[in-house]
Design a protein around this ligand. Structure first.
Ligand code: 8OZ
Length: 373
């Protein structure tokens, strides 16, 4: 067994990883149009980042047309999309890797130009996020006031998530990650700033957590809890998130997730600002991994501004079982190997993160391959 804590095996639900360097979900806006369909270029990108026994989590993927909130992001609700993802999962499995599909509904973080029939985005309550969003054609506009979902519509959203999980398995994914983070629909239900409902999905912590937990239960029933992960962003403020309950909300949600025996919990540290490359890590932010690790018995993945050394230390201390890297995985397709040998990392170029083709996507270099004797 390796002396390096990052290179020890780890069971994550139904899969057995051989190392603990996970590729974080990363929106890249490069699905084929029309139809938001994953294609060969995406398969090449994920295939480049696959490693034997390593786990990749895909970019956030629409569960329905209503779930859509950014141009050019992929879906997992049409047969063409499922077929497109098949090339991605094949490319990853060919290298002995594993891949989970992150499934999302953006809720109010959308714009009517991207919604079916030009309707308003939907949300727990008719409260817009502050600030601006993009339209289907990448124009910047203020957020629209969303339409509050009726109670009867929530059962459909739960069923849509569960169907997306089934579709993901049909596409060859090893499991799904339910996106409960970063101010999208499930997070909008969790937090008091965006959820003012008076039905059983609003008010108390139990009520606000109900939609997320129903989604987890429905997906688990269809594909098995050992193929379901959940991502949360405790205390995170991205997309205008606010909450009045401090730690209590997160303690309740994580305790409930623990009872369900899901494959993993993936937690974003609030110290990191993934929209900036210059903002330093916030030393005063609470430490989510230290706060919640003990509440969850499955695999615990921590994300947010890690470097190889801080990742190694976090795993060695038992703060997390595995570490998800975002930006370093964009610019280092062979990140696990570079971390293993201590090689220098290539810097990323933020200007090519979203949209476009190969540039900044599949053209980052790998280490020279050792020559066979
Ligand atoms: C950056 C840009 C667009 C989407 C998230 C899926 O925040 C995202 C996202 C991030 O989780």
């Amino acid at each position: 067994m390796s002396n390096d804590p990052l290179f020890r095996p780890l069971k994550v639900g139904a899969v057995e990883l051989s190392h603990r360097i996970v590729m974080a979900p990363l929106t890249r806006m490069r699905a084929a149009q029309p139809g938001d369909i994953p294609h060969e270029l995406n398969a090449e990108y994920y295939g480049q980042r696959a490693s034997k026994g390593g786990l990749l989590i895909t970019e956030a993927t629409d569960i329905t047309a209503q779930a859509h909130g950014y141009p050019l992001v992929p879906g997992i609700y049409t047969s063409a999309q499922i077929q497109g993802w098949r090339a991605v999962t094949d490319a990853v499995h060919a290298k002995g890797g594993f891949i989970f599909n992150q499934i999302w509904h953006v809720g109010r973080i959308s714009h009517s130009s991207m919604q079916p029939d030009g309707e308003l985005p939907v949300a727990p309550s008719a409260i817009p996020a502050s600030g601006n969003h993009m339209t289907a054609s990448f124009e910047t506009v203020p957020f629209e006031t969303p339409r509050a979902l009726e109670t009867f519509e929530l059962a459909d959203i739960v069923a849509d998530f569960a169907q997306a999980a089934v579709n993901a398995c049909e596409a060859g994914f090893d499991g799904v990650e339910i996106h409960g983070a970063n101010g999208y629909l499930l997070d909008q239900f969790l937090r008091t700033g965006s959820n003012k409902r008076t039905d059983r999905y609003g008010g108390s912590i139990e009520n606000r957590a109900r939609l997320l937990l129903e989604v987890v239960d429905a997906a688990s029933k269809r594909i098995g809890a050992d193929r379901v992960g959940v991502r949360l962003s405790p205390w995170g403020g991205f997309n205008d998130m606010h909450d009045d309950d401090g730690s209590l909300l997160w303690e309740y949600v994580i305790t409930e997730l623990d009872k369900r025996g899901i494959a993993y919990l993936h937690v974003i540290e609030p110290r990191a600002d993934f929209t900036s490359d210059t903002a330093p890590l916030d030393a005063d932010a609470p430490d989510a991994a230290s706060s919640f690790r003990a509440l969850f018995r499955g695999a615990f993945i921590s994300a947010g501004g890690y470097l190889p050394d801080t990742a190694r230390a976090a795993v060695a201390e038992g703060k997390a079982d595995a570490i998800a890297f975002g930006r370093p995985f964009i610019s280092n397709p062979d990140l696990p190997e570079r971390v293993r040998v201590g090689a220098k990392l290539t810097a990323h170029d933020r200007s090519t993160f979203y949209g476009g083709g190969r540039e900044g996507y599949t053209d980052y270099p790998t280490l020279p391959q050792p020559v066979e004797a």
